[in-house]
Design a binder for this molecule. Sequence first.
Ligand code: KG4
Ligand code: ZN
Length: 337
Amino acid sequence: SDEPLVLGIETSCDETGVGIVRGHTLLGDAIASSVDEHARFGGVVPEVASRAHLEAMTPTVSRALAKAGVAFEDVDAIAVTAGPGLAGALLVGVAAAKAYALALGKPLYGVNHLAAHVAVDQLEHGPLPKPSVALLVSGGHSSLLLVPDVATDVRTLGSTVDDAAGEAFDKVARVLGLGFPGGPHIDRAARSGAPDAMAFPRGKYDDGTYDFSFSGLKTAVARWVEARERAGEPVPVADVAASFQEAVVDVLTRKALTVCRENGVADLLIGGGVAANSRLRAMAQERCAAAGVRLRVPRPALCTDNGAMVAALGAELVAAGAFPSALDVPADSSLPI
Ligand code: KG4
Ligand code: ZN
């Protein structure tokens, strides 16, 4: 194939991800995670993440190249997450990408992390319909995007006004004494619980905006659990997990479909770590089917942060004829889309 070979680097949070893509084909990727080092703090510690990226960068690039079966000299372009994310963590990836681009004499593309979460789906399901709506839900972001073109035109319609959806999962898991990150634990616990056991609040449910709010829900769950504990009664962990999860998933799917309806868009993409949630996948499938909306959700390994998503967007930018970034492109922790 004469499509360019793009190497992508992701270091915006606690995952050091490297992916190698040609067109819409993922040739190989590798990932190193510092998640275990953060577990005892109950959240990602920026300094710890930055140091882990520094240690993991070179070996992870080597592993990705080996898996893809390509030599470094064969790479035609380097893409890297320039933001948003943790400043120190981003800086490690951006510095490495600049060094690689300079050493190879190849163009550098600093890309937006959220747009990359959208672009990655093309590696699994082919070209994204134009326009699509994207719901991105992770530990760091909860956004609704209108995507006329993932390379050139991604518009933020709404985002969370307080906690991200994944952050709420992580905090509620902590209240329930489950592990970190909390999403998978809640997902598992909820399977044996009743989603209607408690009526937890659904923030900004029908407020006419495309924004989310999860901190009121998180606080309501914490109060409920504390009251139980004060009364010396056992906490029904499965019921709390299921009822909390139902509230989050109800709001996410409802708003995503409202965006589709109000903008006349028939294709919805869900991405980010929370897209691994089994109840979110099931409810999205039901509600999309009822609304006549086609649903795309990448496999879980492509939903959580990874390098392939950055390479996928890089390949898209090259194909669109976008200008490369200058070699002094900054890491920007609050990079707008
Ligand atoms: O995309 P991601 O790997 O990293 C960020 O950019 O934040 O997302 C991580 C988040 C965590 O908050 C984690 O608890 C959540 O995704 N998560 C889940 C599930 N798996 C991961 N949330 C709900 N259900 C899951 N099965
Ligand atoms: Zn992410």
